[in-house]
Design a protein around this ligand. Structure first.
Ligand SMILES: *[C@@H]1O[C@H](CO)[C@@H](O)[C@H](O)[C@H]1NC(C)=O
Ligand SMILES: *[C@@H]1O[C@H](CO)[C@@H](O)[C@H](O)[C@H]1NC(C)=O
Length: 387
C-alpha cells in the first residue's frame, strides 16, 4: 500500500511538472490593414507558439450587447473562422474572444456593470457570440474599473459581480473567463481594492505589466522595466515596474496559478528635448518618430525596431534589466529576447504559470531581422519550457 502511494505520488508530481506553461497571444485583428510587410493576418500565426489566442477586440453596446466593431474583418474576411481552423495544427489550442481594450474607455462598462438587467444582457450576449463562433472562452478587458470616466465608488464591487456572473455562465458550458488587468500598483488600488475577490471570479488573470512610462508623460522612462532604477525616488516611481506590479497582485491574494505575466512585443519612444541628455527622467518633446507599419508617434513594433541598423546605440540598463536604443534625439525603450527571458524567469520564480503577449503582429513574424520568425515569442516559449 505504501509502495502504491509512493508510485501515485511520483505520477502526480510528474504530471504537475510536465503540465505546459501557458502562453497567451493577443491577435489584434485590425493589423490586417497595416501596410506592406507590416500587414498581419491569421495565416501568419504559428499556432505552436501559443497555448491560447485571444481575438482582440469586440466592444460593448450601451444596452449590454456585444458590439462587433468590424464585421467585415471578423466574419466577412473570416478572421474568426480562420483562427478556429488553427486548432487543426494544434489540437490543444484555445481561442478566446476578447472584449474591451484601451480605446473602448471605461464609461460604458461602468454603466452596464451597475445595472443588473444590462449585466444579464452582457452575459447572454457574450455567451451567445462565444458559442456561435466556437470560442473556448471570453476575455473581459475593462480598462479600468473606477478610472477614465468610471465611478471609483461603485465600479470595483460591480466589476467583481460581473466577473462572477460571466464566470458562472461560461464555466457551466465548459468555457473559461480571463481578464486583462492593470499592472500599476496605484491603479490596482483604485480598480481592485479586493484582489482576492477578483482572483476568485476569474480562471486566468492577465497582468498588463507594461506601459509604465511613455510619451503620455513629458520625460524619458522605459515602458516596462523589470525593476526600479536609483533615479526612481518617490514611492510611486519605485512601483512603476514589472516586479512591483506582479508582486502586488500576488501579495494581495491573487492565485499565482491563475496569473499570466503580460509582456510586450513593442517599444515606447521619445524625442529628447536635448540629445545630450538621454538619462531616465530627461525632458522630452513628445513621442519618437512613427514607424512604417504601426504609424504612430511614440510607439514602434519590435518588427520595426529590429530593422534599425548599427548607427543606433544599444544600451542595456543593468538596474532595470531592459534595453533601449539611442540615435540623435530618438530614444526607444523596448523588450528583446534577453529582457523577455529575464521577465519569464521572474514570473516562474514567483510561481506564476503563464505569460501573456501583447501582441503577435509586432514580433518579427516574417523573420526579416535574421533571428528566424517570431524571435520574441520563441524566446518566451523556450525559457518557459526550459524549467
Ligand atoms: C494574409 O497574409 C498572407 C501573407 O502575407 C497573404 O498571402 C494573404 O493574402 C493574406 N490574407 C488576407 C485575407 O489578407
Ligand atoms: C443594442 O444596441 C445595439 C446598438 O445600438 C442595437 O443594434 C441592438 O439592436 C440593441 N439590442 C437590444 C436587444 O436592444
Amino acid at each position: 500500500m505504501t509502495k502504491l502511494l509512493g508510485i501515485l505520488a511520483i505520477i502526480a508530481a510528474s504530471v504537475a511538472l510536465s503540465s505546459p506553461a501557458r502562453v497567451l497571444c493577443y491577435f489584434a485583428s485590425w493589423t490586417v490593414y497595416r501596410p506592406s510587410d507590416g500587414q498581419f493576418n491569421v495565416s501568419l500565426i504559428d499556432p505552436n507558439l501559443c497555448t491560447h489566442i485571444l481575438y482582440a477586440f469586440v466592444g460593448l453596446n450601451e444596452n449590454g450587447t456585444v458590439w462587433v466593431m468590424d464585421d467585415w474583418e471578423a466574419t466577412g474576411l473570416g478572421e474568426i473562422s480562420h483562427l478556429m481552423s488553427l486548432k487543426q495544427q494544434n489540437p490543444e489550442l484555445k481561442v478566446l474572444l476578447s472584449m474591451g481594450g484601451w480605446n473602448e474607455g471605461s464609461e460604458k462598462y461602468s454603466k452596464v456593470a451597475a445595472d443588473p438587467e444590462k449585466r444579464a444582457v452582457l452575459v447572454q450576449s457574450a455567451l451567445g457570440y462565444v458559442k456561435e463562433h466556437g470560442f473556448d472562452g471570453f476575455d473581459f478587458d475593462w480598462e479600468y474599473p473606477g478610472q477614465r470616466g468610471g465611478d471609483p465608488d461603485i465600479d470595483p464591487a460591480n466589476y467583481v459581480t460581473i466577473l462572477g456572473e460571466l464566470k458562472s455562465a461560461l464555466n457551466a458550458e465548459g468555457l473559461i473567463l480571463s481578464a486583462a488587468v492593470t499592472g500599476g500598483v496605484a491603479s490596482m488600488d483604485i480598480s481592485y481594492p479586493d484582489i482576492a475577490a477578483v482572483s476568485d471570479n476569474l480562471d486566468m488573470i492577465n497582468v498588463m505589466a507594461y506601459d509604465y512610462h511613455g510619451s503620455f508623460e513629458n520625460f524619458v522612462g522605459h515602458y516596462a522595466p523589470l525593476s526600479p532604477s536609483h533615479l526612481d525616488v518617490t514611492e510611486e516611481q519605485q512601483q512603476l515596474n514589472v516586479m512591483a506590479g506582479l508582486r502586488h497582485w500576488l501579495d494581495q491574494g491573487a492565485d499565482p496559478t491563475k496569473v499570466n505575466l503580460g509582456v510586450g512585443t513593442y517599444g515606447r519612444t521619445f524625442t529628447l528635448a536635448d540629445a545630450s541628455n538621454a538619462e531616465l527622467y530627461a525632458p522630452v518633446n513628445g513621442g519618437g518618430k512613427p514607424g512604417p507599419y504601426t504609424g504612430l508617434d511614440g510607439t514602434l513594433g519590435y518588427n520595426e525596431i529590429c530593422l534599425f541598423n548599427s548607427d543606433w546605440d544599444y544600451i542595456w540598463d543593468e538596474e532595470q534589466q531592459v534595453p533601449h536604443l539611442l540615435s540623435g534625439d530618438q530614444w526607444i525603450g523596448y523588450d528583446d529576447t534577453k529582457s523577455l527571458e529575464l521577465k519569464v524567469e521572474y514570473a516562474m520564480n514567483s510561481y506564476v504559470e503563464g505569460v501573456m503577449v501583447w501582441s503577435l503582429d509586432t514580433d518579427d513574424f516574417l523573420g526579416a531581422c535574421g533571428q528566424g520568425k517570431y524571435p520574441l515569442l520563441t524566446a518566451i516559449n523556450n525559457r518557459l519550457r526550459a524549467n
